[in-house]
Design a protein around this ligand. Structure first.
Ligand code: ADP
Ligand code: MG
Ligand code: MG
Length: 243
């Protein structure tokens, strides 16, 4: 579903991501972990098409660089770490933004687009919030709405940048459980980033450990979440992994 080969991103004259290669199979969930500043968000933003890069990114077999913005938005949907919450926008209006790549003119969604969004809101148990201003929802509820907008895009690849970082531990589990369910029901492929190691291994099929812009380890969670690797690359604040 996703092939990243020798991805290099240079920002402000510095090499932030250095020849990173990551493959994600259809239906797979891969999580990028690594210390603050490792380049996790930068990898995701390059895959999401919002950063210039060197190397190759193919999504569903198509070169990302050759896709139009609309075509890319139909193949990959992203949830940023802290999405902007537009003032006064209702939950339904916000989720409808996910249909933008499918509608010819903004604000001219068809009945079919509306049906997609209503279906997604129902799936995420958000129907009762449809008319509420998004800013009046709790952090956990807002996170579900951000997911709703991304799902309304109906792209096969979902990018999640630190989906749990704004949530308390109980809601972290809920959101990841929900993403896992959606992955199965909607046949999604997931590429996420996560800083919190205690939860990262529970949901991902594979982990990629990034440090200073480079992949330093990659594999099943139990092989990557070792004290030796984490001690070396996280340097401080290493959380001991349960189990
Ligand atoms: P992570 O998500 O792993 O915490 P990021 O991808 O956000 O790391 O950032 C990696 C590094 O790139 C950081 O040192 C950050 O300061 C730097 N960086 C991010 N964006 C820019 C930019 N536009 N210009 C210069 N440096 C940047
Ligand atoms: Mg960071
Ligand atoms: Mg980040």
């Amino acid at each position: 579903m996703l092939q990243v080969r020798d991805l290099t991103v240079t920002l402000g004259g510095a090499t932030i991501v250095d020849r990173v290669s990551i493959g994600v199979d259809p239906g797979e969930w891969v999580t990028i972990i690594g210390p603050n500043g490792a380049g996790k968000s930068t990898v995701l933003r390059a895959v999401g098409g919002v950063l210039p890069f060197q190397g190759s990114i193919t999504i569903g077999g198509q070169e990302s660089a050759a896709l139009t913005r609309r075509a890319r938005a139909r193949s990959v949907a992203s949830v940023a770490q802290t999405p902007v919450v537009p003032a006064g926008m209702s939950v339904l209006e916000y989720a409808l933004l996910g249909r933008t790549p499918h509608v010819p003119v903004l604000g001219r969604e068809s009945a079919a687009d509306l049906a997609v969004v209503e279906g997604v809101l129902a799936q995420l148990d958000l129907e009762r919030f449809a008319a509420r201003p998004l800013e009046t929802l709790s952090g956990g509820e807002q996170q579900r709405v951000f997911l709703a907008r991304a799902l309304a895009q109906q792209a096969p690849l979902l990018l999640l940048d630190e989906p749990t970082s704004a949530l308390d531990i109980g809601h972290q589990q809920d959101v990841l459980e929900l993403v896992d369910e959606l992955r199965r029901e909607n046949r999604l492929t997931v590429l996420a980033t996560m800083h919190d190691l205690s939860i990262a291994g529970e949901y991902a099929d594979r982990l990629v450990l990034l440090d200073e812009g480079r992949v330093v380890a990659e594999g099943p969670p139990e092989l990557v979440l070792t004290e030796e690797l984490l001690g070396r690359h996280y340097r401080a604040n290493v959380r001991i992994i349960p189990g």
